[in-house]
Design a binder for this molecule. Sequence first.
Ligand code: FEO
Length: 171
Amino acid sequence: MISKKMEKALNEQVNAELYSAYLYLSMEAYFKSLNLNGFANWMRVQTQEEVSHAMKIYGFVDERGGRITLKTIEGPQTKWDSPLAVFKDIYKHEQKVTSLINDLVNLAIEEKDHATNTFLQWFVNEQVEEEASADQVVQQLKIMEKAPGGMFMLDRELAQRVFTPPAAEGE
Ligand code: FEO
């Protein structure tokens, strides 16, 4: 059984993950409007990842005898000044998500909830990747400010990204 406090905090994280999905979907629409379909693909895969993060927590709360209660998902930003501005926002957003995950781990430790702490370690590791992949594109886009032709090469590269469900990663 999960404590009410932990249940509430995990419900909030489900909302945060679904908001992330919504944000990336909005970013996809922005890239589609620029005909940068590789960037749009990257965003679609990211959206799928975020939904899978939400569902992973959803399933865990249920398994522990908790109750999922869904709340309103905030509307995301819809316009950006440039692809670089988008990826800078992603990097900041993922740092914020990392701090939310860290707060959840701290709460699990406070509550002596070892099962939730262990469950959350997957997210701790995932956030290392989430921040690194956003930062990598920020750095590439910064280089491309001086060589705009590179944007199309990067678009082709980002078109290669495919969604791998977490369960298939040997979690
Ligand atoms: Fe679910 Fe991008 O963290």
